[in-house]
Design a binder for this molecule. Structure first.
Ligand code: N01
Length: 550
């Protein structure tokens, strides 16, 4: 799978673009630049293969919450027709196989340097080039720098005192060992009940001797009703490729379903209950699409929230456990809504325990396990941290990027991320961020914003080439306007009401609290980007060679 030598074919000095990361975004960006524009581009990737998040997140139960036929590239009918998904929601190994299939079909690996971790990137204003440094000490330079590092790739292991003294084994779900973890007969602690923890717990419980789930914030979840795709369904999905693509590109979240054109109080209580029940039976993320005001009106949201809390109380047999699980403090879908395969049912098993660490917080990790503030100690053999990521900015800041005048990105974003369209930062010319903060990214089915960003960036670079433009840079005032618009879009929804969500950076102590993704919807975002391009890249400073020399 890995190919660490082939990128040496392109010499360090004649490169047009360096792309960091070989997940879906880096792969497609390479294809757009190399195969459509004929540029010399190379991808630098820390992992030993393609996959990005799907290379690292191999935890038990890792599966995508987007339906398989929509969690893939849409730009090529050939790729869509040739690949066959096996289940409604694709499991991590199958997604990784898909990504290798695409990389091989498009012959991408010859321009990807695997096992190459980037440790710095510096812009040289006189030369108008970016020089990227790798952990091995190599230097690679190019005119354009494109970060394709994903939004959720820097693991957040909470700094709990005593972790270094723990005598058992511990793992973070986002850096899971490739050989897997043997839970058989073991006492396992799982900290975290976000989308990851909700996927992992039922699978860990299958083999663990005992599983203790430490919950700080209770969470909603809707059943995925995952199942193998029947031959008829596969045929139907293939026949409807065009229609699915059109739906995905026209909806706010890039999913292959539309939001019903009715509001919660347009219908009677009984009708609404039946609608929610039907959505629950369908399963998946479209639960929130049953009405058009669930994500914007608190009163409307309360009806969905109550329905889902009732479901928890019906499923979980022990009333005390049910009460802790259903004691949810934020509106439904204000945090990323998980979907599950028998998560709440898992707590009906005699060897699974729930511990409420909101009322009795984790104080320390001891050599034998986890101690709470009350002094209660839970002895375990393995700790699984399903504690999420330093999302959206963590992986970008870690790259140690320095723009004009040596300005570090970390400094430019000291008070929170600021950029234009989620794509460019003032002071960092010719650098583009795919699915950066300010992009719809994580509020969408990811392949949709990824394709849009990569195509927009390629078109922009093409425009520069055809018009003799050497440098593009977001204007500071465009960033101000975009940041204000991102806030305005978030404030029109209930999203900011989940005060501890990673959308706000609230899960990482000390991180500035800024609502990061663009909540205005993918279709609207695309229109804005298209208009900016049509107006000659309005809001960007474009410089031709003579102007640069002045
Ligand atoms: O991370 P999270 P995740 N003590 O940050 C808890 C995507 N994803 O990995 O809420 C105790 O959501 C924390 O508690 P709290 C998806 O976008 C996609 O689950 O901060 N608990 C929370 O319960 C998702 O949203 C798929 O109070 C601590 C949990 O850890 C994103 O990844 C599948 C703690 C972290 O939840 C991140 O999800 C899986 C502490 N010190 C994930 N620190 C797909 O299907 C943290 N927690 C595509």
């Amino acid at each position: 799978m890995a190919n660490s030598t082939s990128a040496a074919r392109t010499t360090a000095t004649d490169l047009d673009a360096i792309i960091i990361g070989a997940g879906l975004s880096g792969m497609y960006q390479l294809h757009c630049l190399r195969d459509r524009l004929g540029l010399k581009a190379t991808v630098l990737e820390a992992a030993g293969g393609v996959g990005g998040t799907w290379y690292w997140n191999r935890y038990p139960g890792a599966r995508c919450d987007s339906e398989s036929h929509s969690y893939c590239f849409q730009f090529s009918d050939d790729l869509l027709n040739e690949w066959e998904w096996s289940e409604r929601y694709p499991e991590q190994p199958e997604i990784l196989r898909y990504m290798n299939f695409v990389a091989d079909k498009l012959d991408l690996k010859r321009d990807i340097r695997f096992n190459t971790r980037v440790t710095g990137a510096t812009y040289d204003e006189a030369a108008n080039r970016w020089t990227v440094t790798t952990e091995a000490g190599d230097k690679v330079s190019a005119k354009f720098l494109i970060t394709a590092v994903g939004c959720l790739s820097t693991a957040n292991v909470p700094k709990i005192p005593g972790l270094e003294t723990f005598q058992g084994k511990w793992y973070h779900t986002g850096l899971w060992p490739h050989e897997g973890v043997d839970f058989r007969g073991k006492r396992v602690a799982q900290i975290g009940t976000g989308s990851t923890g909700i996927q992992a717990a039922p699978v860990i419980a299958k083999t663990a001797g005992h599983l203790t789930v430490f919950q700080r914030t209770a969470n909603y979840s809707v059943p995925a009703h995952n199942a193998p795709l029947s031959p008829e369904r596969k045929k139907e999905l293939k026949a409807r490729i065009g229609e699915t693509r059109r739906t995905m590109r026209s909806t706010p979240n890039g999913h292959p379903f539309t939001i019903e054109d009715r509001s919660v109080f347009d219908v009677s209580d009984e009708e609404r209950r039946q609608i929610f029940e039907k959505q629950w039976e369908k399963g998946g993320l479209q639960f929130r699409a049953a009405f058009n005001d669930i994500t914007t009106s608190k009163k409307a949201n309360d009806t969905a929230a109550e329905f889902l809390k009732d479901k928890i109380r019906q499923i979980v047999k022990d009333p005390k456990t049910a009460q802790i699980l259903a004691d949810i403090d934020h509106p439904y879908a204000a945090k990323r809504p998980p979907i599950d395969s028998f998560y709440f049912e898992t707590f009906n098993q005699p060897h699974v325990t729930l511990v409420d660490v909101r009322s009795d917080p984790i104080e320390a990790i001891t050599p034998k396990g986890i101690r709470l503030k009350s002094g209660a100690e839970h002895e375990v053999d393995i700790i699984v941290f399903a504690t999420g990521f330093d999302a959206m900015t963590g992986s970008l800041v870690k790259l140690n990027i320095k723009g004009r005048g040596g300005l570090p990105l970390a400094k430019a974003w000291e008070a929170g991320p600021r950029n234009y369209l989620g794509l460019q930062v003032a002071g960092f010319p010719n650098m583009f961020t795919i699915t950066g903060p300010g992009s719809p990214s994580v509020l969408c089915n990811m392949p949709v914003p990824i394709e849009q960003h990569a195509e927009w960036i390629a078109d922009c670079i093409d425009h520069m080439r055809r018009n003799g433009i050497e440098r593009i840079e977001a204007k500071p005032e465009s960033m101000d306007r975009w940041v204000a618009h991102v806030n305005e879009a978030a404030n029109a929804t209930l999203l900011p009401e989940a005060h501890h969500s990673w959308y706000l950076g609230a899960n990482v102590p000390g991180k500035p609290r800024v609502f990061m993704p663009y909540a205005g919807g993918m279709a609207r975002y695309k229109d804005i980007c298209d208009e900016v391009a049509a107006k000659g890249y309005e809001g960007f400073e474009l410089q031709r060679a003579p102007a640069m020399a002045k």
